[in-house]
Design a binder for this molecule. Structure first.
Ligand code: GLC
Length: 395
């Protein structure tokens, strides 16, 4: 894996996940067909109702951009088998049913217009195929036809839409990479899209890891990684799910991911008409405000070996960014600093901060009584060199 190919991804740090499909009509998230055991034919009728009149891909991309996101990943087909793109391998698509639109094409065009990196989520499994349930051993011929469909669709996605930046597989369970012929599929993908990044969910390692709904606190992966999380408790639109996280919580998640060397892929579940839920719009706009003032501490930034009680520390070149999630007022202590701190200031205001250094302990003094930022105030420490940590020796 060439470092070059993944460089943009490591620097981007923040992307938008979108779970959208027929399930948005039922408004009980993307597993509704399975969890409520809706018969295939009944579920398929939703396609005749799916006319996302208010879907405007430029608007989606604009919202992602204003939130500070650098890439997007859209569910081109989820486990329910409904493709948001035109496909020779399926009639169960948005292009051949009521919507009569290749929604993936619209999304791609909008991303490209805005300079947004483009990702495709694709579920290997498809609940509508008997062969999926019977498996390669139970129904070898059916499985072969099923794989033709899956491989065929992935090839379409990698052929018909120009340059794609990310292929985000899902749903390989319970089968192996051999069963899916993942090596072979990925070889085809890389031939068609030499620069593409492939995630780790097809049974082979791919280019990056994808922890889900949690921060890998304990030993973050050594390889590139991206945590995906929901804004409430659902990926697909779920009308009754009111359990929204706050902008503050989500900013803390993003900062924490960066401080551990990873990315955050934050999910939105649009409604059936193609609009984002108002709560999601509000959250994105709040995050965007924070990002405009503090993006420097996120993009291209990574872990810093220093420690503090008030939040997390990120770093880039000769700067350490102390993220105060909790504002003590007066004074903040940063420890384990093996550098000389030349100066410090509040990132959003430029206000100078007094530095007193005692060995590896740095005291940032004379801070405003109230937090300058309600979510996360960032204090920049300018160092004599790249951050060097000092191992902890009890004394
Ligand atoms: C899980 C779920 C799926 C969701 C995905 C996101 O694998 O099956 O619904 O798309 O996680 O990471």
């Amino acid at each position: 894996m060439s470092e070059n190919r993944i460089k943009w991804f490591r620097e981007a740090r923040f992307g938008m996940f979108i779970h959208w499909g027929l399930y948005a009509i039922l408004a009980r998230a993307e597993w509704v067909m399975y969890l409520e055991r809706i018969p295939r034919d009944e579920y398929a009728k939703l396609a005749e109702k799916f006319k996302p009149d208010k879907f405007d891909a430029d608007e989606w991309v604009e919202m992602a951009k204003r939130a500070g996101m650098k890439y997007m990943v859209l569910t081109t087909r989820h486990h329910d088998g409904f493709s948001l793109f035109d496909s020779k391998h399926s009639d169960f698509t948005s292009a051949k049913t009521a919507a009569k639109r290749d929604l993936v094409a619209e999304y791609v065009d909008a991303c490209r217009r805005a300079g947004m990196r483009i990702g495709f989520y694709y579920s290997l499994l498809d609940w509508r195929w008997d062969a999926y349930w019977k498996g390669p051993k139970g129904d070898p011929e059916g499985w072969a036809r099923f794989l033709e469909y899956v491989h065929g669709q992935v090839e379409e996605l990698c052929t018909n839409y120009g340059k794609i930046d990310i292929l985000w597989y899902d749903g390989a369970w319970p089968y192996s990479a051999e069963d899916w012929r993942s090596e072979e599929l990925n070889a085809k993908v890389r031939k068609l899209q030499p620069e593409i990044l492939i995630n780790n969910r097809s049974g082979v390692p791919g280019d990056f890891e994808t922890p889900e709904q949690h921060i890998p606190w304990w030993r973050p992966p050594a390889r590139p990684w991206e945590t995906c999380i929901t804004m409430n408790d659902s990926w697909g639109y779920f009308e009754a799910d009111r359990n929204w996280k706050t902008p503050k919580q989500l900013i803390e998640v993003l900062v924490t991911c960066v401080s551990l060397g990873g990315n955050l892929l934050l999910n939105v579940g649009p409604r059936a008409d193609g609009t984002f839920p108002p709560e999601a719009v509000e959250i994105l706009s709040e995050i965007g405000k924070w990002m405009r003032a503090h993006g420097e501490s996120i993009y291209g930034a990574g872990p810093c070996p220093f420690t503090t009680t008030v939040g997390r520390v990120t770093a880039k070149a000769n700067k350490a960014y102390v993220h105060a999630f909790r504002w003590p007022g007066k004074e903040i202590c940063v420890a384990g600093v093996g550098n000389t701190v030349c100066s410090a200031y509040i990132l959003s205001t430029g206000e100078e901060v007094r530095v007193v250094q005692e060995g590896d302990r740095v005291f940032l003094k004379g801070l405003p009584r109230l937090a300058p930022d309600p979510y996360d105030t960032v204090i920049v420490m300018e160092l004599d060199d790249e951050p060097k940590g000092v191992p902890y020796t009890p004394r």
